[in-house]
Design a protein around this ligand. Structure first.
Ligand code: PLP
Length: 365
């Protein structure tokens, strides 16, 4: 049995530790998970009701084309239905783009510390990842342009960037898109779009008419609070959507996910409230980091990356023992942890245990 040579030795994705596992391992009653940028407020009640109503149909396959959801989303975004493709999370859209476009030896450009799924899918297809260093935690779009060659197929721009939380402005983005040659696709990953309140940020969907090589990715996993159901989407011109559809599994999103997403889209009041609470939580955490004298990247999503000035793994471990799960292990930022913005109470607990951990490590006196 011989696998494809380029997949031998590829790492398996390591997700944040599940709450149940941490409770068991550390004998804890309460655990706060701030590791996977989930919505701490759950999902809209209308999404839950839609799932209940769908429970009698579990024996039926879903509509593979997700026609009703596609129509709802098209109306919401102001695009046409043939501009949209749904996936089992936007993770799947990244995989499908990679499957549809990469031949072994093709090049793909991304930031050197960004969402790991771009590189892992490029690796699976045998494409070569060109990783361009972030500058102060932010995409270096000129640096990315400079690395384009005749072999470049796709450039990934994560906006806001996971894990740093920074954004590129609308004007920087359009100057970049103006300069990208036609043979290169730009995938603009806006998984955290709904959380951004900075006026310099641009809505990628509005750029689609001007840039035929652009694909925008979004998800129901973050502000819509439906991560468990695995549903995300890509928006692009119909020719690109058709190509991605050709490599999609027939029933890649479930009935429950489609029904919940339609209901969640219809409750924009819930989205607005989550955005407001998240902005307040961001301010709360930034204030506390400031008080503790910790540096952090300007955060625009529902997470924040902060420099703890000692091994992030050590702080991660100390927080875990106290029942707070964050993210460490960012290759280029070994002293930074990434924490999801939780509810006000969760943030308070996080800061208390962080302060104690930093004292234990001698960072604070
Ligand atoms: C930047 C970014 N893109 C895409 C995803 C994937 O989201 P999902 O597959 O849940 O839609 C995530 C999840 O954390 C993310 O941070």
């Amino acid at each position: 049995m011989k696998p494809k040579p380029h997949i031998v030795g590829l790492p398996v994705y390591k997700p944040g530790k599940p709450i149940e596992e941490v409770k068991k391992e550390y004998g804890l009653e309460e655990v706060i998970k701030l590791a996977s940028n989930e919505n701490p407020y759950g999902s809209s009640p209308s999404a839950k009701a839609a799932i209940q109503a769908e429970l009698d149909n579990l024996n039926l396959y879903p509509d593979g084309s997700a026609a009703e959801l596609t129509a709802s989303l098209a109306a919401h975004l102001g695009v046409s239905s043939d501009n949209i493709i749904f996936g089992c999370g936007s993770d799947e859209i990244i995989a499908l783009i990679s499957r549809a476009f990469f031949l072994p030896g093709d090049e793909t450009i991304m930031a050197d510390q960004t969402f790991s799924v771009y590189k892992s899918n490029a690796d699976i297809e045998g494409a070569v990842s060109i990783e361009v260093p972030l500058v102060q935690g932010t995409h270096d779009l000129d640096g990315m342009l400079a690395r384009i060659t005749g072999k470049t197929k796709v450039i990934w721009v994560c906006n806001p960037n996971n894990p740093t939380g920074t954004i590129v402005s609308g004007s920087a983005l359009t100057a970049f898109l103006d300069a990208v040659p036609d043979h290169v696709m730009v995938v603009l990953d806006e998984a955290y779009y709904e959380y951004v309140t900075d006026p310099s940020y641009s809505d990628g969907i509005k750029l689609l008419d001007r840039y035929p090589n652009l694909v925008v990715l979004r998800t129901f996993s973050k502000i819509y609070g439906l991560a468990a159901l695995r549903i995300g989407y890509g928006v692009a011109r119909p020719e690109i959507i058709t190509l991605i559809n050709q490599v999609r599994e027939p029933f890649n999103t479930s009935r429950l996910a489609q029904a919940a997403a339609i209901a969640a889209l219809g409750d924009q009041g819930y989205v607005d409230e989550c955005r407001r609470l998240n902005s307040a939580g961001r301010v709360q955490l930034e204030g506390e980091f400031g008080r503790l004298g910790l540096e952090y990247f300007p955060a625009h999503g529902n997470f924040i990356m902060v420099d703890v000035r000692v091994s992030a793994f050590d702080i991660f471990e100390l927080l875990l023992r106290k029942g707070v799960i964050v993210r460490a292990g960012h290759r280029l930022y070994p002293t930074y942890i990434r924490a999801t913005v939780g509810s006000q109470e969760q943030n308070q607990v996080f800061i208390e245990v962080l302060e104690a951990a930093l004292k234990e490590q001698g960072v604070l006196v």
